[in-house]
Write a new protein. Structure first.
Length: 405
């Protein structure tokens, strides 16, 4: 198993080299002391074995089992040659701890048994040593080191799992942020489509009318130009409001704009479409009441898109907008009676592909309605023309409503 802290490429190597040199210095200082137990002083061979045992610790993080085997084997030889075992005992303990901290328990236990065997042998070979004391230390010290080493290994593994979970959470957070941005971009695109498509359709129809009757009916041309002026002003006002919201200055910006449109502005919308040459009847059923802003905006945009489609695709035709306030739901329908020659166009309006450049308004209607938990039916009528029927929940229902809501 590769551990970043244990097996880092450069810094841990420098640290381990420093530790190995420090251990070697301590061993050499201890070897110069008189043990008073009859051990000989360190000679050239003893110094060489001591250097091998302690300098092997440089590679303890990369190959801990191999280093432990080298340390134990050379230490056993060192003891067999009659040198003082305590000189290199610290290096053997560190080698065992490294194995326990980086390898499974069974490997750590095997290394502890090997260390204990060398320790018992050192007690047996000591001139005045006690095998019992050496055996006790051979059990206690390795057991403690294995326990602490395994705890460090478990902590390291927990740290790695936490780091992986942190990476996953960050990835999920970034993905959620990207999804939120995409949804916001889609919402903005729908709003821009609703504002621009409707108002530009009215402006296009009225400008064509003004050009057609400019010399023959000046009063009609002036009325058309006035409609173009009011429609363009309203479009600019809505676009300014959207830009204000995007800049984060909707509450307390330097300029004050009208709130988002709702069903109370359907009369102005219908009148604007009438001036475009499409007779529209507005029928309201049930007691009118205040609706959540999102529901009102959704219903308004659906009616706006449906009437814009009538204005663009179904003339000559008349339309009926019916708004029904139910107990727990709002029902809105927009129907037109396009001529028989327009029924093909009506069918075309339901199946048009996005890549053809049209049909995005109908897609936007479905997405907007889905956002507020409603349902919408869009399609041609058997008797001719086209219909859009919308149902939006306005509160949590206590029971099923009838068809009339």
């Amino acid at each position: 198993m590769w551990h970043p802290r244990i097996n880092g490429p450069r810094r841990p190597l420098v640290v381990d080299t420093g530790i190995a040199l420090a251990y070697l210095a301590c061993a050499l200082l201890l070897g110069r002391q008189d043990s008073r137990e009859g051990y000989p002083s360190l000679d050239a061979l003893g110094l060489t074995l001591t250097c091998v045992i302690n300098l092997a610790l440089v590679a303890r993080r990369r190959t801990p089992v191999t280093v432990a085997a080298v340390v134990y084997g050379v230490w056993a030889l060192y003891v067999a040659l009659g040198y003082w075992p305590a000189v290199n005992s610290l290096a053997s303990l560190l080698a065992l701890y490294t194995v326990a901290a980086t390898r499974p328990l069974r490997t750590a236990v095997a290394a502890a048994v090997a260390l204990g065997a060398v320790w018992v042998y050192a007690g047996y070979a000591a001139p005045d040593g006690s095998v019992t004391a050496a055996a006790a230390m051979a059990v206690v010290f390795p057991a403690i080191l294995v326990r602490f080493g395994q705890s460090a290994r478990q902590s390291e593994r927990r740290g790695e799992r936490l780091a992986e979970l942190t990476r996953q959470l960050r990835a999920e957070r970034d993905e959620n942020a990207r999804r939120a941005v995409a949804e916001e971009q889609a919402r903005i695109a729908r709003e821009l489509h609703d504002v621009i498509a409707h108002h530009m359709s009215v402006i296009s129809v009225q400008s064509g009318l003004a050009r057609y009757v400019f010399t023959t009916a000046p009063d009609t041309a002036r009325t058309a130009l006035a409609t173009i002026e009011s429609t363009s002003s309203e479009a600019l006002m809505e676009m300014r409001r959207m830009l204000t919201l995007l800049r984060g200055r909707a509450n307390g910006g330097p300029e004050s704009y009208e709130p988002v449109p709702g069903l109370d502005e359907l009369g102005e919308l219908v009148e604007r479409v009438r001036t475009g040459g499409v007779p529209v009847d507005l029928i309201v059923e049930g007691p009118e009441r205040a609706l959540p802003p999102g529901v009102g905006l959704c219903a308004y945009r659906v009616v706006q898109e449906a009437l814009t489609n009538v204005l663009k695709h179904a003339r000559p035709a008349s339309a009926v907008v019916r708004v029904s306030y139910g107990t727990h739901a709002l029902r809105v329908s927009v129907t037109d009676d396009g001529a028989a020659s327009m029924r093909a166009k009506a069918s075309e309006r339901t199946d048009v592909a996005p890549e053809s450049g049209t049909g995005h308004g109908l897609i936007g209607i479905r997405e907007r309605v889905r956002l507020y938990g409603g349902s919408v039916e869009i399609g041609p009528r058997p008797e001719g023309g086209f219909q859009v029927r919308l149902t939006l929940p306005t509160s949590a229902p206590s029971g099923r409503e009838g068809a009339g809501g």
